[in-house]
Unconditional design. Structure first.
Length: 230
């Protein structure tokens, strides 16, 4: 490769990388806007199999955007100094010791929703459960290669520390915790990292991505990947 060819390659690579970063940031903003808009249309939510809800919007060309909200989670603690605490005591009444573990705070017992439904009138039970729930934002995973990386590492018999050491030897600076975050899909994986991962794991880059079944629309496939653990 001549010096001129190298400079041209560098220019193209940097320009492409900058474009990808810019588009990724724009996509994040658009997704945040969609989540914000979805919250304004709770009456249009449809239930999901795991107890959550989903909002769907359609584009001008028929494409579909879905925003998935996980099922509400119970508050781990109810502060005795909060307004919620007083409301909980009022609604729970004489059943408070049955429904909560009381130390310096109230902690919902196991099978809390079922226990409340059995202990209280329907209206009070619903209000009490809602008081003890906290809203969950849609979970967005940060990469789609983590599970395949983990399976391949297992197949090779490496620990996360072993894998991190091999990546470092290859020239990629990463710690064991960095490997863990990739496998758990908690960190972004750029094109450089993809090449190193594939090289050390002795697979093609495309093998690190989940397979899309024939007939599955690309947009729907990518949208599902971001909110589904696989």
């Amino acid at each position: 490769m001549t010096n001129a060819q190298l400079k041209k390659l560098v220019n193209e690579a940097v320009a492409l990388h900058r474009n990808i970063v810019a588009q990724s940031e724009r996509l994040k903003i658009m997704k945040s806007d969609l989540v914000r808009e979805a919250r304004l249309h709770e009456n249009d939510f449809t239930p999901t199999n795991n107890g959550g809800s989903r909002w769907t919007a359609t584009g001008t060309d028929g494409c579909i955007a879905r925003v998935n909200f996980p099922a509400p989670a119970l508050m781990p603690l109810i502060n005795s100094e909060s307004e919620t605490f007083d409301k909980v005591l009022t609604l729970a009444g004489e059943c408070v010791d049955r429904l909560f573990e009381s130390v310096y705070y109230l902690r919902p017992v196991a099978e809390f929703r079922e226990e409340v439904s059995q202990a209280l009138p329907k209206r009070d039970a619903r209000q009490l459960i809602e008081l003890c729930e906290t809203k969950c934002a849609p979970l967005r995973y940060k990469n789609n290669v983590g599970p395949q990386v983990r399976r391949r590492r297992y197949a090779l018999g490496w620990s996360q520390s072993d894998f991190a050491a091999k990546l470092q030897i290859a020239g990629f600076d990463i710690s064991r915790s960095g490997v863990s975050k990739i496998e758990e899909r908690l960190s972004y994986v750029d094109d450089k990292a993809l090449v190193y991962l594939a090289e050390v794991l002795k697979v093609q880059v495309q093998e690190l991505f989940p397979q899309r079944t024939p007939g599955n629309r690309l947009y729907e496939f990518m949208e599902k990947l971001e909110t589904t653990r696989f």
